[in-house]
Every structure is written in C-alpha cells, then in structure tokens.
Design a protein around this ligand. Structure first.
Ligand code: SAM
Ligand code: SF4
Length: 327
C-alpha cells in the first residue's frame, strides 16, 4: 500500500498491552499509566483479524510491542497464530527483557524471528534509577537467552540521555566486540510529559560519533530487509561480531522512508508516532465489520500518514504515552 507521499507502507507495529513491569522515567510516571479497561483492550483474535486483513493489503512485517508485551498472558500462542497468517514473513518483538529468559524458547518455537531489547545502562544502580525497578540482572539474562535461542539479530536499544548514560557509550560499543549484539543508540523523544525529555536529557546521536570512532576504525554495514531494515545506520569494528546502530528521530528524521502503521492495544490505528490522528478499529470490529470494512479503515490510516513529524528536542510533541503507542 502506498500513502499520499508515495511511501510503501508494509510494516505493522502492534501494541498488545499498555501495562508494564518497569517504569522508565521517559516513558511512564511512577504510578504507571492509568490502565486501559480490560474490556477495551483488543483480544488476540481481534488483533489477528486486523493483521490478516493487513497482510492481504501487502503488510508483511509485524512487530509486537507494548507496554511490555511479555506481561500479557499467552503471547507465544498469539505469535504462533500471527506466524500462520499467509503473507506475514517477519515477526519481531520489542521488550524490556525482564521476562525474556523464561520465554525465549517458547517464542522462537512459536515463530518469532528476532527481538529488540531496551537497555539504557549497563550499571545496576542506574538501571534501578531509570526504570524504578532493581532488575538489571533479569534484563541482561533476557538478552543472553535471546542470543542462545537464536532470536537474531538481537538488537539492544539504548536511549541516549545526557547526564545519565552518555558516559557509557564506550562500554556499550565494546559489547559489540564481545557479543553478536546490535547496539543501537536512539535519541530521546519528547513524547508524553514525564519530565525527562527537556533539552538537558536530549543528546544528538552525532555527538557521540567521534568517541565511537576513537575506539577503532568503523565500517558502515548496509542493512538488508531480512535483518529488519528500518531507520538505523549500522557500523562495525573490524572483526567484531556485533554492530553499532545510530537512530536519529530528531536530529535527522527518517520520515521520508517511513513504512509503518501502529495498532494500539485499545484498537486504534495510528498513522504517525507523533501525530494526532487515529482510526478506531475496535468499535467497527465489535459492531460486525467485514474484512472489506477493515481494509478500508487500514487504507484511511495509511492515507492519513503525515509527510513528517514535527518533534523537536525539549518540546512535548503531544500528550501520547510511548507505552500506549509501542515505540
Ligand atoms: N516495553 C518494551 C521496551 O521497553 O522495549 C516495549 C515498549 S517501549 C514503549 C518501546 C521502546 O520505546 C523502548 O525501546 C523505549 O526505550 C522506547 N521509548 C520510550 N519512550 C521513549 C522516548 N521518550 N524517547 C525515545 N525512546 C523511547
Ligand atoms: Fe515499560 Fe518499555 Fe515504557 Fe520502559 S520503555 S516503561 S519497559 S513500556
């Protein structure tokens, strides 16, 4: 499907819950978000139907996210159902890793291909501060389990924050020499209003480039659609099993190549992470919409994709929570 700007939209990001077992300061307030009532959360069968219709329209890649997707019961079974949909060739998961060590084997057998694990620090005390939970060891164990189970490439997403983890850039970079991990530095986005995205926290990813290069020569590695494609630029140190990725949603946005649509856990199609328009599918689904009706709603959401977002460092783009949108 093409949007109004000629972009091929074929990637659906599905948030299966807005709940989470962490409380990352840039994503959620301490008390958590006011949970969406259970009845308003799409059932797995309902999500599956939307994905089935999307696949008919040419979507072939699905990412399962949250909130924290692994807190929702039955996730492996749901992934197995997605994997059986004709046309869906790539299923991935974004997780904080806390519950991953126990789940990785089942997820892989269900048809999950790869995972992204969010980890903003390698220090236990900092992890406890940024996530408000003392679970660094579990997150790390989740990453190692994903490698063991072959959920590869295992990408580690690091939100770069001035004054919090900018002194760990080299430690993260060295991980790529030790493990086949794809460590990706991401700019902090001003979403929601949790007080951690003022100019002081934001750091353009380009500012760490000289420090990454100082560790050794870096070669750019072209990424291919089979390893996830997406907005990152990848680099590798000579002989290193892993890669470094740079993702610059603010300093150099990649809207021109945006290929995605989001489905929130309460059943709204979201054309842009930072935009305001949403298309309700839950109401129509429960009122007996046909597959053709659903296809029309997906087409509306694709058509409403804006040309680009207008997020800027320190300015709250909208009052949407990342935990609802799924990142
Ligand atoms: N709970 C899962 C996790 O943390 O990976 C999946 C959902 S989380 C909302 C998805 C991604 O969004 C995470 O990598 C997280 O770091 C990122 N994220 C959340 N708020 C952000 C913000 N304000 N700026 C940049 N990234 C953000
Ligand atoms: Fe939870 Fe992920 Fe948000 Fe952290 S970033 S609070 S792990 S949803």
């Amino acid at each position: 499907m093409r949007d109004g700007f000629g972009r091929e939209v074929n990637y659906l990001r599905v948030s299966v819950t807005d709940r989470c077992n962490l409380r990352c300061r840039y994503c959620m307030p301490e008390q958590g978000v006011r949970p969406i009532a259970h009845a308003d959360v799409l059932r797995y069968e309902e999500i599956e139907r939307v994905v089935r219709v999307a696949a008919r329209l040419g979507f072939w890649r699905v990412r399962v996210t949250g909130g924290e997707p692994l807190v929702r019961k039955g996730l492996a079974g749901f992934i197995a159902r997605l994997a059986s949909i004709p046309g869906i060739a790539d299923i991935s998961l974004t997780t904080n890793g806390i519950l991953l060590a126990d789940a990785a084997g089942d997820l892989r057998r269900a048809g999950l291909r790869r995972v992204n694990v969010s980890l903003d620090t390698l220090r236990e005390d900092r992890f406890a501060w940024i996530t408000r939970r003392p679970d660094f060891g579990r997150a790390w164990a989740g990453i190692m389990a994903a490698l063991r189970e072959g959920l590869v490439p295992v990408k580690v997403n690091v939100v770069l924050m001035a004054g919090f983890n900018d002194d760990e850039v080299e430690d993260f970079a060295r991980l790529t020499r030790e493990y086949p991990l794809w460590v990706r530095f991401i700019e902090l986005m001003p979403l929601g209003d949790n007080g951690l995205h003022g100019e002081s926290g934001y750091l353009p990813v380009a500012s760490i480039w000289p420090r990454l290069k100082a560790l050794g020569p870096l070669e750019e590695v072209p990424s291919s659609p089979t390893d996830g494609g997406g907005p990152a630029r990848y680099f590798s140190y000579r002989g290193a099993p892993g890669r470094l990725g740079l993702i610059t949603p603010l300093s150099q946005h990649f809207c021109g190549g945006c290929n995605r649509l989001r489905l929130t856990s309460d059943g709204r199609l979201t054309p842009c992470l930072a935009g305001v328009g949403e298309v309700d599918v839950r109401g129509p689904l429960r009122a007996g919409a046909t597959d053709d009706d659903l296809a029309r709603l997906i087409a509306v959401a694709v058509r409403e994709k804006p040309q680009e977002h207008h997020m800027a460092p320190g300015q709250v783009a909208c009052d949407r929570q990342m935990s609802r949108l799924g990142g």
